[in-house]
Design a protein. Structure first.
Length: 244
């Protein structure tokens, strides 16, 4: 009997869930289930403590500035230290858009207010102001020999420091800041990106990468049986063809 079980902590699901980011959890759950892996999901809202050793995977989606302010204080004061410790020990972490911004060192909004981030990634994000052009549209980027596709919609410009590396190279779209040509960030087993859609159903290779890393960390073997991914691959290819 296959007894592989993974624990996923979903950070702020009621506040950080724009553009269907909860669909990433559904995708991970399904792809695990098809392989006989149980994925136990725990939702952690404002005020809930995070144990650094409590999960194999963590996820935080996107939100508007108002929700980010509500989350920012809790993240920096209550969950930030545990989140950093979890990532340092190899826990897999995916953050999207607003979650990606808050996983960095700081985020300065259009109104000039600066929010402290969790400090998982060596990066900071600055919104250049209410009159600045939003970075919006369909995004394609090269990643690990393949491609990632999704939808971006953000006013903030994200700048990476030397302590993390870009996740992918922009082929079409804006990415982190509209100028560097990079999309997202990677540090150990932590991944950040601006890709909505949600990102994982459109990019099954990324979903499987997260699961494989979590299995490798917990059980010493990240091997995943292949799935019949014809439908998923067609969805990915269709996303690649969409023009703004």
């Amino acid at each position: 009997m296959n007894e592989r079980r993974l624990r996923l902590g979903h950070l702020y699901p009621s506040l950080m869930n724009v553009y269907g980011d909860r669909g990433n959890i559904l995708c991970l759950t399904r792809r695990c289930r098809l392989r006989g892996i149980e994925l136990e999901v725990t939702e952690l809202e404002v005020g809930d403590a995070l144990a650094a050793d409590g999960f194999d995977l963590l996820f935080m989606g996107g939100a508007q500035d108002r929700e980010q302010r509500l989350v920012g204080d809790d993240l920096s004061k209550l969950k930030g230290e545990a989140l950093r410790e979890a990532v340092e020990t190899g826990v897999v972490f995916l953050s999207v858009c607003g979650g990606y911004q808050l996983a960095g060192k700081s985020y300065r909004g259009a109104d000039g207010e600066e929010l402290a981030g969790a400090g998982v990634f060596d990066l900071h994000t600055v919104h250049p102001g209410a009159k600045a052009k939003r970075l919006i549209g369909n995004l394609v980027a090269r990643w690990e020999g393949g491609t990632l596709a999704g939808f971006e919609n953000h006013g903030g410009r994200t700048y990476l420091g030397p302590g993390c590396e870009p996740l992918a190279k922009v082929v079409r779209g804006h990415g982190n800041d509209g100028q560097s040509g990079f999309e997202g960030a990677r540090y150990k087993n932590a991944f950040g990106c601006y890709l909505h859609g949600p990102v994982l159903p459109k990019n099954p290779s990324l979903a499987d990468r997260l699961v494989s890393l979590a299995l490798e960390r917990r059980f010493g073997d990240g091997t995943l049986p292949a799935l019949e991914d014809g439908l998923e691959q067609r969805a990915h290819e269709a996303a690649l063809r969409i023009r703004n």
